[in-house]
Design a protein around this ligand. Structure first.
Ligand code: DPN
Ligand code: ZN
Ligand code: CA
Length: 321
């Protein structure tokens, strides 16, 4: 959801914020084409994933029944919304794994924008921030595309990966398994892994290499678009290493432009970061990372809300041309 204040106060608030804006900032927030993603809907998906974990031994890990049930939940929602879905199987550690791929009919299928999140948890817990959060935001953005009957220029594909926690196994299997022709049609990949951390930071993968090594050609533009939403709500964003430590790794190995958002894992928020964003300095962004306490209580609603809206903005913006 965007600021209720601005919606309620309308032009008066816009005029006031223009007066308060630092010099050089634009007078009014940029007009964003994407719909507002309802936080309540994203949280409802997290409740479902929590229930699935609770009913299946407390986790949604690769090879466990809670993972398959998670795939079935997401697939059911997408099928009902008009997506063309397919479940692709692979084997890891002697167990069957699954990736869920959902195509939104239409658009230029030789110019695919793919958006993904890993759906598996570790065995220690239900994995609600890692990575129910990215999975639920990805799902709700896909459902928003369907509700709007959005028909962008580019073809949209959404993915939910299995066995990320075993070393990016599902995403690697998907990318390696494509023919070179099919792979070359994926022109960009967006990844969302942990976007509701309880002591959140606001990070974008450093696709332009302004703090490190950067990504394949086109990644800088993705970083710019992901940052634009946060700019429009005056939330500062920092770079996080473009090191392939999540499911974009297999995509960048084939030179596919990539990017993503992240609210932090086991790293601790610095004093400076607490001044920027609030929250607790000297404490991990996610104290429950890979633990049994990564439940629906382990989510910062504001961070989840902002990231879901930023994802929608990126999907709408990047699919337009
Ligand atoms: N790959 C993540 C996990 O699933 O444990 C954590 C992570 C995400 C780390 C994004 C860095 C950046
Ligand atoms: Zn993760
Ligand atoms: Ca950067």
């Amino acid at each position: 959801m965007r600021s209720r204040m601005i919606a309620a106060l309308g032009a008066v608030a816009l005029a006031a914020s223009a007066l308060l804006a630092p010099s050089g900032a634009s007078a009014a927030p940029a007009t964003l084409a994407a719909p507002d993603i309802p936080l309540a809907n994203v949280k409802a998906h997290l409740s479902q994933l929590q229930s699935i974990a609770s009913a299946n031994g407390g986790n949604r890990a690769h090879g466990r029944p809670g993972f398959r049930a998670s795939i079935d939940y997401v697939k059911g929602r997408l099928d009902a919304a008009g997506y063309q879905t397919s479940v692709r199987t692979f084997t890891s550690g002697g167990a069957t794994g699954y990736n869920l791929i959902a195509d939104w009919p239409g658009g230029d299928t030789s110019n695919v924008l793919m958006t993904g999140a890993h759906l598996d948890s570790v065995t220690a817990g239900p994995g609600i921030n890692d990575n129910g959060s990215g999975s639920a935001a990805n799902l709700e953005v896909a459902l928003a595309v369907a509700r709007a009957n959005h028909q962008p220029k580019r073809h949209l594909r959404f993915g939910w990966w299995g066995a990320e926690e075993r070393g990016l196994v599902g995403s690697t299997n998907y990318v390696n398994g494509l023919s070179s022709t099919e792979r070359s049609k994926i022109k960009s990949y967006l990844n969302f892994d942990m976007v509701g951390s309880p002591n959140p930071g606001y990070f974008a993968y450093d696709g332009d290499g302004s703090s490190g090594s950067g990504g394949p050609a086109g990644s800088a533009e993705i970083e710019r678009v992901l940052r634009a939403y946060f700019q429009s709500i005056n939330v500062p964003v920092q770079d996080t290493a473009f090191d392939g430590r999540s499911d974009y790794g297999p995509f960048i190995r084939y030179g596919i432009a990539s990017g993503g958002l992240f609210t932090g894992a086991e790293g601790r928020k610095t004093t400076q970061q607490a001044q920027l964003w609030g929250g607790q300095a000297g404490v991990a962004f996610d104290r429950c990372y890979h633990s049994s306490c990564d439940t629906t209580s382990n989510i910062n609603d504001t961070a989840l809300d902002r990231n879901a809206d930023a994802i929608a903005n990126a999907v709408w913006t990047l699919s337009a041309a």
